[in-house]
Design a binder for this molecule. Structure first.
Ligand code: SAH
Length: 274
């Protein structure tokens, strides 16, 4: 995690083509990690990001959100943003000249900063926890949400936009993916989760899935909890949790298990304790 000091508290001032509301629920604080989202549907943001811990942090200015509506950059009276694909086929494709204007607007204020530019796309590299950590350490991020059949290839190349995927399935648009990626990233920004320690032990943080969790009541429908968790013996508890995490990972995610064993000089076929 970056130990670079971030300032929180000073309101930022920047040029905008559109008049901005000075009294908003989400103050833009100078230096706060910012997600700029290019979308045809700005009204769906902050969406789930406005709830719970990410929402509270947004209101506190620990991070900020800026939507860039693609529609006003469209062509002609109807502000057309898309057209039919060359070569034929179903659907429409977002025009490069329209998307480029939105990317230019998003670039304002990012010069000299670490600011990844991402297109949400099923063709992209799958998103990972490691990626979320890397983005949390940046100054902010620009996310381009596709719709229809996607975006003209040339604008992605011209602006060196990287494609990132939420997984091997096809969504209707990039907005849900953008919210998922921002959620995973923002919760790693210091002070966003009340209890920082809670991100350190989670699934993927050490290349393993998380061990099972239990809470009250101690006995529920004849099901007890493992004795070791009541022992008060921190060493034994940690050992049990690690063994369970390893067992789960081996059973459910052979891909992660192999990578973990490689990194820790372990034999992936060795018998588990417990
Ligand atoms: N024709 C495209 C799919 C377009 S889906 C293809 O076959 O690859 C419309 C938009 O939804 C995409 O432009 C992208 O922004 C978003 N999207 C769809 N699936 C996604 C996924 N798995 N991850 C991230 N974004 C996705």
């Amino acid at each position: 995690m970056s130990d670079k000091p971030k300032s929180h508290g000073r309101l930022s001032i920047s040029a905008s083509q559109q008049p901005r509301d000075l009294m908003t629920d989400t103050p833009r604080l100078k230096g706060a990690w910012t997600a700029k989202i290019i979308t045809l549907f700005p009204e769906v943001f902050p969406g789930t990001l406005g709830a719970s811990l990410t929402g509270k942090a947004l209101q506190q200015g620990l991070w900020s959100l800026e939507t860039i509506d693609l529609r006003p950059f469209g062509e002609g009276k109807h502000r057309n943003v898309d057209d039919t694909p060359y070569g034929g086929g179903a659907g429409m494709v977002l025009r490069p000249d329209v998307v480029s204007k939105a990317l230019d607007q998003a670039a304002i204020g990012t010069q000299g900063k670490r600011w990844p530019m991402i297109y949400l796309s099923p063709r992209g590299k799958p998103f990972t926890q490691e990626r979320a950590q890397d983005w949390a350490d940046a100054d902010g991020i620009t996310l381009l949400c596709g719709r229809f059949e996607g975006v003209d290839e040339r604008v992605l190349q011209e602006y060196d936009v990287e494609e990132v995927s939420l997984g091997d399935f096809v969504l209707t648009g990039g907005e849900i993916a953008a919210q998922a990626l921002i959620d995973a990233t923002v919760r790693l920004i210091p002070r966003v989760l009340g209890n920082q320690a809670s991100t350190e032990d989670e699934s993927f943080q050490h290349g393993l899935l998380e061990h099972p969790q239990y809470t009250k009541p101690k006995l529920w429908r004849d099901r007890d909890i493992p004795d070791v968790l009541l022992s008060g013996h921190h060493g034994e508890i940690a050992k049990w949790q690690k063994a369970m995490a390893e067992r789960l990972t081996k059973q459910r995610r052979p891909d992660l298990w192999r990578a973990y064993c490689d990194a820790n000089n372990r034999d992936p076929d060795e018998d588990q304790e417990l």
